[in-house]
Design a protein around this ligand. Structure first.
Ligand code: 13P
Length: 256
């Protein structure tokens, strides 16, 4: 059975003071049980201090972006080995905000995915369609293009140490959540796409849902057969909201 991953993408939020309160609220009330893992992804300047706050807890640390380059004259960039150095186990690559606002291409995202793995970090590859793409019936083509860029460059075996997050752009920060059935349809498609090349591996890959996930809708999403966790924005910024999703994850693993 696949473990559930509940990952908080803090985006550009936080401060030294706020982070202390948030992390202590989370680590002091991690639900009992097994079969699930919690992860927080703060902005770069806070990675080292949050790593400190997390030490001795069961909550993992990740970053929100990484350079595709190793080192050198890339002003403002952060390499995967630096992330590893400060204690990151995961990094988000290809978030739709980066694709849309910073013009990251699928080829560049694939290079970031590989840079992370080379440094021993698990990439969380984000894929997802816009509302216009969904309405024009091209959701699967969009997902396939984003996924295939990584499959073509890294190979299906690379997904043995990677996580995928399906994040419909229209559900991000809008309060509009994909229904469990809508999300399940896409998750199933993603797994099938990987299974065309390696069915055993495809069955093991964690596929997270992201887009206005919160305590009230988490259980319904997490009980779907191909939804293995959540990538959470807004609701990851308050300990109680994040813990409500963690509780739903613990419960869902126990029930399945
Ligand atoms: P929200 O949970 O705020 O919709 O954000 C989702 C997201 O983009 C996580 O990466």
């Amino acid at each position: 059975m696949r473990e559930i991953l509940v990952a908080g993408n803090w985006k550009m939020n936080g401060s030294t003071t706020a982070n202390k309160a948030l992390i202590s609220g989370i680590v002091s009330a991690v639900p009992e049980g097994s079969g699930f893992r919690l992860l927080v992804c703060p902005p770069f300047p806070f990675l080292a201090s949050v790593a400190n706050l997390l030490s001795g807890s069961k909550v993992a640390l990740g970053a929100q972006n990484v350079s595709e380059h190793d080192s050198g004259a890339f002003t403002g960039e952060t390499s995967a080995s630096m992330l590893k150095d400060v204690g990151c186990e995961y990094v988000i690559v290809g978030h739709s905000e980066r694709r849309a606002m910073y013009a990251e291409t699928s080829v560049q995202v694939a290079a970031k995915f590989q840079a992370a793995q080379t440094a021993g970090i698990i990439p969380i590859l984000c894929v997802g369609e816009t509302l216009a793409q969904r309405e024009s019936g091209t959701t699967q083509e969009v997902i396939d293009e984003q996924l295939d860029a990584v499959l073509d460059s890294a190979g299906v075996e690379a997904f043995a140490t990677a996580v995928i997050a399906y994040e419909p752009v229209w559900a991000i920060g809008t309060g509009m959540t994909a229904t469990p059935e809508q999300a399940q349809d896409v998750h199933k498609h993603i797994r099938a796409r990987l299974a065309e090349q390696n069915a055993v591996l495809a069955d093991k890959v964690q596929i997270l849902y992201g887009g206005s996930m919160k305590g009230e809708n988490a259980a319904g999403l997490l009980c779907m057969p191909d939804i293995d966790g959540g990538l959470i924005g807004g609701a990851s910024l308050k300990a109680n909201d994040f813990l409500a999703i963690a509780k739903a994850a613990a419960q869902s693993y126990t029930n399945s």
